[in-house]
Design a protein around this ligand. Structure first.
Ligand code: PGA
Length: 254
């Protein structure tokens, strides 16, 4: 592995933690990353209610903070929604967009994903676009087509600011939270295609993450391939023990 490569360790806390648990875990993350070398880029995607407090705890440390979702209108009569503008005010750096739980459990459409990306960019934040196929789509040999459709809807003809890095998390839907992971060869082949496609549309090479049942036992395997720049970790990032073991294992890579 090229030791100059930045390795992205993104932690998606989903809806697992209440406020006090989020605060405790954010403090633990700070402690654990104190001696992490500069080529790791860690970010926490906190739940919305804990966001402000977690952001304050992280302060100007090495750990960045991101939102798990946002609404595309900046402000107005949208009861219950949280805008990209509101997150930008709280030190937010990244926003997850098109996570499979949003697409499949909340019916988020390709058009909505696109509108969110536009709002995130407008507010000076970096979208982390999540893409991936279901198991049915995989079995029908449609993985590449589905992922390409998601990327095209999100990025085609978008006025992408060159100062913003394009980040894509490839997360097969069937792998999220299931303990199942795709064969590394398939991930690499698809990531290469994604890289070519995004480079063509946006004129810049994307940062490519893998997500879906990343655990201490498999994290190094994914990160060892040069095409994969980082991981988006869900469940295993919400427990002190598994997060600590993930860090220990990736530290060995340096
Ligand atoms: P998981 O989730 O690590 O729990 O599979 C990953 C994600 O949803 O981003």
């Amino acid at each position: 592995m090229n030791d100059k490569k930045t390795i992205y360790l993104f932690a998606n806390w989903k809806m697992y933690l209440n406020l006090s648990e989020s605060i405790g875990l954010a403090e633990f993350y700070l402690e654990q990353t104190k001696n992490l070398s500069a080529n790791f880029s860690v970010a926490i995607f906190s739940g919305a209610l804990a966001f402000d407090q977690v952001s304050r705890i992280l302060g100007d440390s090495k750990i960045k903070i991101g939102a798990q979702n946002c609404y595309w209108v900046d402000q107005g009569g949208y009861t219950g929604e949280i805008s990209a503008r509101m997150y930008a005010d709280l030190g937010c750096q990244y926003v997850l967009v098109g996570h499979s739980e949003r697409r499949h459990q909340f019916g988020e459409s390709l058009e909505e994903t696109r509108k969110k990306i536009e709002a995130i960019l407008k507010n000076g934040l970096t979208p982390v676009l999540c893409v991936g196929e279901t198991n049915v789509e995989r079995d029908e040999g449609m993985a590449k087509e589905v992922v390409f459709r998601q990327i095209e809807a999100a990025y085609q003809n978008l006025d992408w600011p060159l100062s913003v890095k394009a980040i894509i998390a490839y997360e097969p839907v069937w792998s999220i939270g299931t303990g199942l992971t795709p064969c590394l060869r398939d991930v690499i082949a698809l990531q290469l295609e994604i890289k070519k496609m995004v480079t063509k549309i946006l004129g810049q090479e994307p940062i490519l993450l893998y997500g879906g049942s990343v655990r201490p036992e498999n994290v190094v395997e994914f990160l060892a391939d040069p095409i994969i720049d980082g991981v988006l970790v869900g469940g295993a990032s919400t427990q002190k023990g598994s997060w600590q073991r993930i860090l220990e294992n990736v530290k060995q890579m340096n």
